[in-house]
Design a protein around this ligand. Sequence first.
Ligand SMILES: [Zn+2]
Length: 463
Amino acid sequence: MSVQVYLRQSYDRHGDELAVDRQRGDCLDLAARRGWTVTDVLVDNDTSASGKVARPGFETLLTALAGGAVTAVVAWSLDRLTRNRRDTVRLIETCAAHRVTIALVRGSDIDMATPAGRMTADILASVARHEIEQKSDRQTAAYSQSAAAGKPPAGPVPFGFTADRVTHHPEQAEAISEAYSAILAGASLAGVARDWNARGLTSGRVRTGAVGNGTPSRWSGETVRKVLTHPRNAGLRSYRGTIVGPGTWPPIVAEETYHATVALLGDPSRRVAPPSARRLLSGIAVCGVCGVPCNAGRTMPRAGYFSYRCRTAGHVARRGDDVDEYVIALVIERLSRPDAAELLHDRDKPDTEALRARELTLRARLDELGTMLADPDIPTATVRAAAATVRGELAEVTEALADAGRVSVLGPLVDADDVAQAWDGLGTDRQRAVIATLMTVTLHPPGPGARKFKPETVQIDWR
Ligand SMILES: [Zn+2]
């Protein structure tokens, strides 16, 4: 049996300061009348007017309560015991979980061992929680009403949407959705821009300034990037560059697709293929002598073919069409095997549903911490430390989601009935991404006087 006495000296706002000595005397008297032996007397002295003072005594008390060894807490009154509504919720929930009686000099006992006591505790805790919610509502409203409501921002109608900024523009939204898939599968921003221009899609903006001639702007890699990195496509409302919550419009793509794409575009080292190139293996195939990537040369008019050459010293020069044909055959054979799908999913695909749920939870927790930061009763350092921890975990989850998105590089081929046909339908960018995901290609010198293509001189290492 362990009984804790908790005392708090507080800032005297109303001139009715209750000295710690008097609190102590009254509390010890109460314990003695009940026949309790006091184990510890915990004292906090938060006489600061700012209210931003840590309360080590209160935290020690909560830890002891959570340990399960305490049977009763004695305090002068409930408002001496808890300083704000959040403390009230924490204290009451902990006491209820461990059947700890709260005994007050001024006020009736809250005896968690009885149904009536637990009901009182429930009511006190829900009133406190309700007040917290109302307060956080007011704060969010003050900070940005329309962002909090998830309403679309004013300004030009974004690409992908109609004039109400909520309804999808059928053709544009479809183009956006396809662009995310293409980027995740290894296409370049410039490639998407070419595609959108070829389809006659316009952003609705017209050229202005020096080149202003009233015609709609053509897409470039950079303008496509601006569209694809905007959270609105995932149905998320942002405010000054930060995602503040769900929007009132339907998403064009799933949140994990959006995050995977942003991660890929934001960090070039995570791209699955080297930058866009005209030839299948430029920059992918490496020299068998020095290990440096090979570039594709120009097609020789007399010979009628191009070569892959070692970038540094010309150690190797291999006829390009032969190497391409050999590598393509291997890729198609590999992805046509019955176990291809199983291999891909088992090895790489994390549980995106679970990750996504975890991500939403972490975001909600960050929002909550953001609100707590505005509460003068809660120590700022504590909130910041908690937020840093949550942000760290959020970064890990976001990265795992990005990995899940990269699985889509191989997905379209693995799922295809006819892999060869699906391969032919991919652009060079995406074919390059598939090769870079599956294998490393090393080109060895063909040997003196060799005219016939020798497969053994092209070394394939499956990843
Ligand atoms: Zn070399």
